[in-house]
Unconditional design. Structure first.
Length: 90
C-alpha cells in the first residue's frame, strides 16, 4: 500500500480518536502526558504494521507508549471507532 494512503488512513483514525475521547473523557485520563499514541486498527493489518514500525522508529527514549487497539470503523456514528481499547505499554 502506498505511504500516502497509509497517512490518509492515519489522519482519519486520529480524527475519529479525538471524537472518541470527547465522548469518553475517562479514557483520556489513561494516556500519560507526552505519550506516544499508536493506532492499531485490527481490521487493517497493513496499517497496523506500518504504525508499529513507525512508532519504534520515532519513539523518544523513556517516552510512555499507549496502544489504541480498534476492532473496526463504523460508517455513521458520533464516534466511528468500535471495540476500542487503550493500553499503556511503556
Amino acid at each position: 500500500m502506498k505511504q500516502n494512503k497509509l497517512i490518509e488512513k492515519n489522519l482519519e483514525l486520529s480524527f475519529e480518536f479525538s471524537r472518541y475521547l470527547m465522548a469518553h473523557p475517562e479514557v483520556e485520563r489513561q494516556i500519560p502526558r507526552g505519550a506516544q499514541v499508536v493506532m492499531l486498527p485490527e481490521y487493517d493489518e497493513g496499517l497496523k504494521r506500518f504504525n508499529l514500525r513507525n512508532s519504534k522508529r520515532h519513539r523518544d527514549k523513556g517516552q510512555p507508549v499507549v496502544y489504541v487497539r480498534i476492532k473496526k470503523l463504523a460508517s455513521d456514528r458520533p464516534s466511528r471507532l468500535i471495540g476500542t481499547k487503550v493500553e499503556r505499554v511503556a
